[in-house]
Design a protein around this ligand. Structure first.
Ligand SMILES: [Zn+2]
Ligand SMILES: [Zn+2]
Length: 175
């Protein structure tokens, strides 16, 4: 959602306080797209703290659907957040672009709340997600989800050391 900033930019001490609905339906992380669930509106507060500096605060929670690193089942991962950013609106669009800080959530006098939340998700994106601490993963032979029970495959053979031992045994049998 875009929030018009012109009023707050030009009036020192002016405050915008409102709930904002996110239009965030997915997020792309390293080329992979993940669905985002944003059930509740976020709390937004923008204060002109003087000298055209805006203190922006966004508080809320979204969840993303991320596959379990072991069994690939969908996991709902919660991202609660409290984002606080000060933006000097005296900076030109070029200055914002060249800055080391990320200002991609400011668009022609508007605050793009979705973009601000996206930035936050990217910073806090988990390296891996498990559906449960002791997830048993999938069978490396048949692909069955081992949390649902054993598929009956003989997975020991996939361990190369075990395979070598088994080969020796079967050779003995052949003789
Ligand atoms: Zn799992
Ligand atoms: Zn199996």
């Amino acid at each position: 959602m875009l929030v018009e900033l012109s009023k707050v930019i030009f009036h020192e001490g002016y405050t915008i306080q409102q709930e904002s609905k996110l239009d965030l339906t997915d997020i792309t992380v390293q080329g992979e797209k993940f669905p985002v669930l944003a059930p509740d509106p976020v709390k937004l507060k923008i204060v002109n703290s003087g000298d055209s500096v805006l203190a922006i605060q966004v508080q809320g929670k979204v969840s993303a659907v991320i596959p379990c690193s072991r069994c690939l089942e969908d996991v709902r991962y919660d991202f609660p957040f409290l984002i606080e950013r000060n933006v000097d609106m005296k900076l030109s669009a070029e200055e914002m672009e060249e800055s080391e800080e990320e200002y991609n959530f400011i668009e022609k006098g508007h605050l793009n709340v979705d973009q601000l939340v996206k930035n936050e998700l990217l910073i806090n994106w988990p390296i891996r997600v498990l559906c449960k601490e002791d997830c048993r993963g999938i069978c490396s032979r048949c692909g069955a989800n081992l949390n649902l029970g054993d598929c009956g495959c003989d997975r020991e053979e996939l361990d190369p050391r075990m395979a070598a031992v088994k080969d020796i045994f079967s050779k003995f049998k052949e003789v």
